[in-house]
Design a binder for this molecule. Structure first.
Ligand SMILES: [Mg+2]
Length: 234
């Protein structure tokens, strides 16, 4: 079946994102160091666990991470964390929300090349306002038929988008950096995926059930390989 619709992920596919979250996590560790021995307390591990436990309630993104940093700080400091340090944690979260949008190398040309041949849609998750701002600032929004900001990138979300475009899954390919969010649910529906790994990935996104060498998952090393990979799908 010919490819009829191409989906693009936003964070760490169109623009840099995870590095900003990593910087906030490093700042969190530094602040917690005033209360606990950060190595003994396994601060990063605990923050990750709290973030993942909170996903179902708070969703993805920097606001959710900020609340999880505060929760973890109160827990690990046994309630001793001061108001000023809570304020510093808030500032770390706000910095993630306010960083300038920086496109990945070559992605503008790649999106333009794919858009010249196919209808394209942006499918992203995270804080609604933050994602809207990044979409507005990225300079690519006009190329997309539709911008979908979803709370979870699962089979139901992709099936809904494909249904709205009246597209068979086999005529759809999703381009993204996360096997868990961009590839697994799409290939489960019968679609295609192009995986472009980013140099850092949140632990949560590394867990997935796509077997190595899946025939409908193509790997690329950079944006300049995306258009060719799309041509090899379908
Ligand atoms: Mg991503």
């Amino acid at each position: 079946m010919m490819i009829d619709l191409v989906g693009f992920d936003g964070d760490d596919t169109l623009w840099h994102s995870e590095g900003h979250f990593r910087r906030a996590a490093a700042g969190f560790e530094q602040i917690l160091g005033r209360y606990v021995d950060v190595r003994d307390a396994a601060v990063r591990t605990r923050l990750n666990a709290v973030q993942r436990a909170n996903l179902a309630l708070f969703g993805y993104g920097a606001m959710s991470m900020t609340l999880s940093m505060i929760e973890t700080a109160v827990e690990l400091s046994d309630g001793r964390i001061g108001g000023r340090d809570i304020q510093r944690l808030m500032e770390l979260g706000k910095a993630v929300l306010q960083h300038p949008v920086e496109l990945l190398p070559g992605i503008r040309a790649a999106v333009e090349a794919v858009a010249a041949r196919h209808r394209i849609v942006l499918i992203t998750k995270g804080d609604l306002l933050h994602q809207e701002r990044k979409v507005a600032a990225c300079g690519l929004a006009h190329l997309f038929q539709r911008i979908e900001i979803v709370s979870e990138k699962d089979e139901a979300s992709y099936a809904r988008v494909l249904g709205e475009f009246a597209i068979q899954p086999a005529a759809f390919v999703m381009v993204g950096n996360s096997m868990r969010s961009d590839a697994e649910p799409v290939v489960a529906l019968g679609g295609w995926a192009i995986h472009m790994p980013y140099h850092v990935t949140w632990e949560h996104e590394l867990e997935h059930g796509v077997p190595a060498g899946h025939p409908r998952v193509l790997g690329v090393q950079g944006a300049d390989q995306i258009a060719d990979a799309v041509a090899r799908c379908g």
